[in-house]
Design a protein around this ligand. Structure first.
Ligand code: THU
Length: 139
């Protein structure tokens, strides 16, 4: 993948991260997805006083993408607030797998810009997916 577009994705994720609503964890996360038609959607985590209602940054970005009428992700960036990579939670791995292929790259970036590349498939091997006719890949 072109480094220029990855830089744009990182900028977009880090800008969204600044708006994170994370007063309970103090852990601000940003995410950005690149769609098949080369659009970028970003999101931040949105926590709630009722803790289980909090939403991850990836979910916010995905929701924005789907709302805008697009459903195919070809790259993901997740921006962490410190020097440890922010690996997506289990639920977000499944959410990403809904709209991406196993080979889709997931770039994790630290606050100082250290980047590590993974894929949707290595983060969630053997993902459960349904075809649009309701059958599974394994059927
Ligand atoms: N969080 C994300 O937004 N994305 C991740 O990939 C991992 C965790 C959020 C959830 C919560 O608001 C905060 O980080 C601490 O867990």
């Amino acid at each position: 993948m072109e480094s220029k577009i990855i830089t744009q994705l990182i900028n977009s994720a880090q800008n969204a991260q600044k708006n994170a609503h994370a007063p309970y964890s103090g852990f601000q996360v940003g995410a950005a997805v690149l769609t098949q038609d080369d659009r970028i959607f970003s999101g931040c985590n949105v926590e709630n006083a009722a803790y289980p209602l909090g939403q991850c940054a990836e979910a916010t970005a995905i929701g924005s993408m789907v709302t805008d009428g697009t459903k195919i992700i070809k790259a993901v960036v997740i921006a962490s607030p410190n020097e440890e990579l922010c690996f997506p939670c289990g639920g977000c791995r499944q959410k990403l797998a809904e709209f991406a292929e196993d080979a889709t790259p997931v770039y994790m970036v630290t606050a100082k810009g250290h980047i590590e590349k993974h894929t949707v498939g290595d983060l969630l091997p053997h993902a459960f997916r349904l075809r649009h006719d309701g059958t599974t890949d394994k059927a």
